[in-house]
Design a protein around this ligand. Structure first.
Ligand code: GLP
Length: 274
């Protein structure tokens, strides 16, 4: 696991956007796993900007979102389908036929979950999975007690999650009780994972995810098992990490003028990449 700590949220989002851009340039038909949530808004803004300024090309990119609420139609402003079009898809040159989200309106939800998994496999698997983290440590909507080997399925949302997402709905009572989410196992199958977390309110759960024992009570701890996972944080989100000596070590780069090496983003390797 690689942890990159940036001084502020904007730099953290830039770092994550750069990782995605590099992956897309290296593989134009990248299979990109996508996330929703407020943290992702600045990331999508930066990707749109890269598309506009540098021509970053999404025309062959395939995407799979982590999750969708059960019972919300794609044109519902509170749905993740809607979020993705508003925040990202409609502002870049992606082919909408290459974008995938679970259908929360499917009559047979179990069949929809199986179809979603099969679709990912048919596309060759996810190359790079972008992730946020919930206040209870969830990835996607893998609420506490989600098995590390779980696959795409219907999840009942916890009280913490419904409260966290309530501000995005007209009233708290309108937050759906269930969602379709990729499973923890589905996420761990991605070739690379990239988690972005910013802000003080995430500090506690981020420390648990990175330094805590593996537990299904905090599903993000499963990322410790992933062979190629990068976690990008701002200083606030990193503020509860305990292994400070390790994290504070600047990455030295040669300075042509002979002065002390400039302090680059703090970066640690907790485990070697494969
Ligand atoms: C929702 C999504 C998660 C996301 C989380 C974080 O619960 N299902 O995938 O990680 O929001 O949201 P925010 O970035 O708003 O804190």
């Amino acid at each position: 696991m690689e942890v990159i700590i940036q001084s502020n949220a904007e730099l953290a989002a830039r770092t994550a956007a750069d990782v995605i851009a590099r992956a897309l340039v290296a593989k134009p038909d990248l299979v990109l796993g996508l996330a929703t949530g407020c943290t992702m808004e600045s990331l999508y803004d930066l990707l749109v900007q890269k598309h506009q300024d540098t021509g970053l090309d999404f025309s062959r990119c395939r995407t799979f979102n982590l999750d969708e609420y059960v019972g919300l139609a794609a044109n519902d402003p509170c749905s993740y389908h809607y979020f993705m079009r508003q925040r990202f898809f409609d502002s870049v040159n992606i082919d909408l036929r290459n974008t995938h989200l679970p259908d929360g309106m499917a009559e047979d939800l179990a069949a929809e979950c199986a179809r979603y998994e099969a679709r990912i496999v048919a596309c060759g698997g996810i190359d790079l999975q972008v992730l946020g983290i919930g206040l209870n440590g969830h990835l996607g909507f893998n609420e506490p007690l989600s098995a590390f080997r779980s696959r795409t399925r219907v999840q009942t949302l916890s009280r913490v999650t419904r409260a966290q997402n309530a501000p995005l709905f007209p009233s708290p009572g309108q937050v759906p009780r269930q969602a379709i989410t990729m499973g923890v196992g589905t996420i761990l199958d991605a070739r690379q994972c990239l988690l972005l977390a910013t802000g003080l309110e995430k500090a506690d759960v981020v420390a648990k995810a990175i330094e805590g024992p593996l537990t299904a009570m905090v599903t993000a701890t499963a990322l410790q098992l992933h062979p190629a996972c990068t976690i990008v944080l701002d200083q606030d989100a990193a503020s509860q990490l305990k292994e400070n000596d390790h994290y504070q070590r600047p990455v030295a780069t040669p300075n042509k003028n002979g002065g002390p090496p400039p302090v680059r983003p703090q970066k640690i390797l907790l485990a070697s990449p494969p």
